[in-house]
Design a protein around this ligand. Structure first.
Ligand SMILES: [Ca+2]
Length: 420
């Protein structure tokens, strides 16, 4: 299966709702995206002729300090790339449930290739871990998801891709900023134009930095005077990833999260990011590691149920939020974290997922609430939101039906409610 580059757009928003199994995009790639990056179809007119756009753009680039000789070399032979636009248009069609995503993220091949990569680059990765205080398995896991350990760094001309996307205008301002940053990279001499290759969306090198992230966070780890994230030698790229994670507060030795078992009768309304407790407090409520023991006190933690009550449960720590700085999707963060655990010799996720489950649509959820109310299980509001009240009503209904009272808004529940 091909796990290609995509800038997650809707994904980042959708997938932060941890109470339901939202669609997960095909990408295993993080992008560092400014919060202001929004898609507004109204602002997406065709801008006409590409060559004329490039002329106008070059004037804007010169005004921002890019030298004419750099522009001349960067744009030599650059053409509008229709494939890039096709990929940009199609990306939202690729969706995955979290369990399918995690199957890919920690596939047997990716785990064994990762172990081999850790062995092959052990000296570099240990030096990076020592210098930045970021666990080498986490760095390797980001590498594994971003480019399959360097095998898929992207072969497109970054200037052509970014110019095409900036000209297209759907997210023109964002990509023009990336294009300026890419030109600054060329102007710095870190890389020659022909070597500045990347994904269709301009993510570059082993860990797929976009140009603005490169400018802010890339490092020259081998000390040759150039920050080279494109070469076969992954040292600078992996160190850049570690530098990035360190910058956003990585705590060495703290897990991103650990899989837990929730006690019978656990109040699922506590499974929220803003409910943060010490593992000992969770343990006193019966929340245990998968081995049955209390989770060590690694710091305050939340309970995350990425696919609802029927899937795996995780106790997540501050490092989870650090990985989110790459990509906010729960699936991505768990993918990186779990792959890292596997590379360190850890076991697969133990819980089973509600495979085959299709999330109820908004109107189905409202229909479910109406049916619950009609049967005497009040949900307070018919709003399509599965909050604590709805979960409690589902539980009470499930008890009345002799079902497992997990409070989960499943298709099975819906079928039951539709019976007389
Ligand atoms: Ca270097």
């Amino acid at each position: 299966m091909r796990l290609t580059s995509i800038i997650p757009t809707a994904l980042a928003v959708v997938a932060t709702t941890s109470a339901c199994a939202g669609p997960i995009e095909r990408s295993l790639r993080p992008e560092v995206r400014p919060a202001s990056m929004q898609i507004n179809p109204q602002l997406a007119p065709a801008r006409g002729d590409f060559a004329r756009w490039v002329q106008d753009f070059r004037a804007r680039a010169r005004a921002q300090g890019i030298r004419e000789d750099v522009l001349e070399r960067a744009f030599a032979g650059v053409r509008y790339d229709t494939e890039v636009i096709e990929k940009d248009r199609n990306q939202s069609e690729f969706t995955k449930q979290i369990w399918d995503y995690l199957d890919s993220a920690a596939s047997p091949t990716r785990v064994s290739n990762g172990k081999a990569a850790l062995r092959k680059h052990s000296r570099t990765l240990r030096a990076i871990e020592a210098h930045y205080g970021v666990d080498k398995e986490i760095v390797a896991a980001v590498w594994g998801l971003e480019s399959a350990y360097g095998a898929r760094r992207g072969q497109r001309d970054v200037i052509a891709s970014l110019a095409t996307l900036a000209h297209d205008g759907r997210r023109g301002a964002f990509f023009e900023k990336q294009l300026i940053a890419a030109l600054k990279i060329l102007q710095s001499g870190d890389v020659a134009p022909r070597d500045m290759r990347g994904s269709w969306a301009g993510a570059m090198g082993h860990t797929q930095f976009i140009p603005t992230s490169y400018l802010a966070y890339a490092v020259d780890f081998d000390g040759d005077g150039r920050r080279n994230i494109w070469s076969d030698d992954p040292g600078d790229a992996l160190a850049s990833t570690a530098a990035y994670l360190k910058r956003f507060g990585w705590t060495k030795g703290q897990p991103w999260g650990v899989e837990v078992r929730l006690p019978r009768g656990f109040d699922h309304s506590l499974a929220r990011r803003d409910v943060r407790r010490m593992p000992s407090e969770w343990a006193s409520m019966g929340v245990r590691g998968i081995d049955g023991n209390a989770v060590p006190n690694h710091g305050r933690a939340s309970i995350l149920l990425p696919a609802g009550a029927q899937g795996a449960a995780f106790m997540i720590f501050d490092n989870f939020g650090v990985i989110e700085r790459y990509n906010k999707a729960d699936a991505y963060v768990i993918g990186v974290g779990h792959l890292a655990d596997r590379l360190a010799g850890g076991p697969p996720i133990q819980a089973s997922w509600p495979r085959g489950y299709k999330p109820l649509s908004f109107s189905e959820r409202k229909d479910m609430q109406r049916r619950l109310r009609r049967k005497g299980f009040d949900v307070e509001k018919i709003d399509g939101i599965i909050g604590p009240n709805t979960v409690n009503a589902i539980r009470a209904y499930q008890v009345s039906q002799g079902m497992t009272p997990d409070g989960y808004a499943s298709e099975d529940l819906m079928r039951r409610l539709k019976r007389r």
